[in-house]
Ligand binder design. Structure first.
Ligand SMILES: [Zn+2]
Ligand SMILES: [Zn+2]
Length: 220
């Protein structure tokens, strides 16, 4: 079955510009843009020391869930870094040059999924709004971990089952179409992550979670 050509693309750029890439928006992939308020996504951004720039007022991280095969890191891939909050945790990718978060994947390229953190999209390079490019954000997930004033929060308390099944269905569909390789995050030959994941020690995790739990927007 011939796949439709990508209709749009965008540039990826870390804050310092040393790591750059691009991604194609393929509507048939069934991508979703939403914010995750879970405690671990918050911890990741606090680990990077980028809470002020990345998190919204309720501690949410906006991601664009897409297929890794659509993402290319064309420049500065030696700056790709990876951290796991716990030994079995998600692989959380970032630019080591300036601690810009890039995205979250599971630990194997067999699952064609990346939650690309939209903070790494070069918004000056897109000739339209993020809403026009990616579609408006859907209702967020894991709102029970949200910080601050929750009166304007647009998020489910957890991740609804229907949403999880829908996401799994899309992943399976991509897998069946062979859309899991290549991924910029895994070696195409060996399947190993391109950067050795750093697993936080218990003390490091506690330190990060301490900063997370005392965080209030604008006051660190
Ligand atoms: Zn950088
Ligand atoms: Zn999360």
């Amino acid at each position: 079955m011939a796949e439709k050509l990508p209709t749009k693309s965008f540039q990826i750029k870390c804050s310092c510009g040393a790591l750059q890439g691009s991604a194609d928006v393929v509507p048939a992939d069934g991508n979703s843009r939403l914010s995750c308020y879970c405690d671990d996504c918050q911890s990741f951004v606090h680990f990077l020391g980028r809470a002020a720039e990345v998190l919204d007022g309720n501690g949410g991280t906006e991601v664009y869930q897409m297929a890794p095969v659509r993402v290319q890191i064309g420049h500065g891939s030696e700056h790709l870094g990876c951290v796991r909050l716990r030994p079995k945790g998600l692989l959380r990718w970032y630019a080591t040059c300036c601690n810009t978060p890039l995205g979250n994947t599971v630990a194997t390229q067999q699952v064609p999924f990346v939650g690309l953190v939209t903070a790494c999209i070069d918004q000056t390079a897109i000739g339209e709004s993020l809403d026009a490019l990616l579609g408006p954000p859907k209702k967020g997930v894991h709102g029970r971990f949200a910080k601050g004033d929750r009166s304007g929060l647009n998020a489910y308390e957890k991740a609804p089952l229907g949403m999880i099944f829908s996401a799994l269905g899309k992943i399976l569909m991509r897998r069946l179409r062979g859309a899991h390789k290549p991924s910029p995050f895994f070696d195409g030959e060996t399947g190993a992550p391109v950067a050795e994941p750093k697993v936080l020690s218990e003390a490091e995790l506690r330190e990060v979670e301490g900063r997370r739990d005392s965080w209030v927007e604008g006051r660190l």
